[in-house]
Write a protein that binds this ligand. Structure first.
Ligand SMILES: NC(=O)C1=CN([C@@H]2O[C@H](COP(=O)(O)OP(=O)(O)OC[C@H]3O[C@@H](n4cnc5c(N)ncnc54)[C@H](O)[C@@H]3O)[C@@H](O)[C@H]2O)C=CC1
Ligand SMILES: CC(=O)C(=O)O
Length: 306
């Protein structure tokens, strides 16, 4: 397979940015990957390390500037502070909004058909602010959201059912964080309602949802960060955009009726994201509204303090 002629810029060449570059490189999503970081020496070392892997593909990787990044097909923002063990994603808000402000300013004038993909946390809040700050249409600014949580959930269910992950369609909705919720009512295994194939008690469902929600915390407690899961998510998102797959994925995007960005399944292609109607039961709908309320409150408080 050969890579498409496009380019992807990754702003923030830390653990997550480098893992995303590695996933893109192995999957040959585009011919050119550009890494940008305020720490030029560190960024160059990441580029040198990654370039030792390019013999597996025809992908070129180099360090670039914000001027290079603004002309890329996709710009991924993975710049910013990460959680310390025990810290919540929301706890990063002050530091990472400042980083986002500086990054979006440096990207001006941004290419009008660019897709801005937000990975840094708190991802739903930063996606909202990136839409406000970038000047791009809202459907072109997307957060990785609960796609990673949905993959974690699917992994647990697949083990219990002893089937492959790809046979299961189940997603987590709402915030990539504490107020997320599993949409059990629409989960299926090869088209069969999941709860018929795997009758779970309420307690068992709650245990699975908690394990899913807490997975990042349990990894961060031991190794200090997560990177591979979100890198695979970002690579899949980039493939869907570059090759216009129009894949339905649970991603963070603007919700007109909820007044914030959070995750619901939506269609991802070359022009960005477009809504997809999903059926939620009453409880799921209530949790979604609560998740949106929690996110809107954070935005309101942040706007008042700034
Ligand atoms: N959405 C998700 O599912 C996930 C999100 N994350 C988030 O990704 C972010 C990055 O995490 P890591 O890579 O582990 O952190 P890291 O500390 O390894 O890397 C962050 C990088 O950002 C750079 N940076 C800071 N300010 C910058 C600026 N203004 N312009 C350019 N570069 C800048 C730093 O120099 C550093 O190299 C964190 O916010 C973390 O919470 C991490 C894992 C999963
Ligand atoms: C760190 C983070 O957001 C995650 O791994 O889910």
């Amino acid at each position: 397979m050969s890579a498409s002629s496009g380019s992807i810029a990754i702003i923030g060449a830390g653990s997550v940015g480098a893992a995303i570059a590695y996933s893109l490189l192995l999957r040959q999503v585009v011919a050119d990957i550009i890494l940008v970081d305020i720490n030029h020496e560190y960024c160059q070392a990441q580029v040198e390390d990654l370039s030792d892997a390019t013999f597996l593909s025809n992908v070129r990787i180099r360090q670039g500037t914000a001027e290079d990044a603004r002309n890329a097909d996709i710009i991924i923002i993975s710049a910013g502070a990460k959680q310390k063990p025990g810290e919540t994603r929301i706890g990063l808000i002050d530091r990472n909004i400042k980083v986002l402000e500086s990054v979006t300013k440096s990207l001006q004038p941004i290419r009008s058909d660019a897709i801005l993909l937000i990975v840094a946390n708190p991802v739903d809040i930063l996606t909202f602010y990136a839409q406000r700050l970038s000047g791009l249409p809202r459907n072109q600014v997307i957060g990785s959201g609960t796609m990673l949580d949905s993959i974690r959930l699917t992994g647990i269910l697949a083990k219990k059912l002893k089937v492959s992950d790809s046979s299961i369609h189940a997603f987590v909705i709402g915030e990539h964080g504490d107020s997320q919720y599993v949409a059990w009512s629409s989960a299926t295994v090869h088209g069969r309602p999941l709860l018929k194939a795997l009758p779970l008690t309420k307690t068992e469902r709650e245990e699975i949802a908690t394990t899913t929600r807490m997975k990042a915390d349990s990894i961060i407690k031991v190794k200090g960060f997560t990177s591979y899961g979100v890198a695979a998510v970002a690579a899949r998102m980039c493939e869907a955009i570059i090759f216009d797959h129009r894949k339905i994925l649970p991603l963070s995007h603007w919700q007109e009726d909820l007044g914030c960005c959070l995750s619901l399944p939506a269609v991802l292609g070359r022009k960005g994201i477009s809504p997809f109607q999903v059926d939620l039961d009453e409880t799921e709908q209530q949790f979604l509204v609560q998740s949106a309320q929690a996110l809107r409150l954070i935005i309101k408080e942040n706007d008042q303090n700034s």
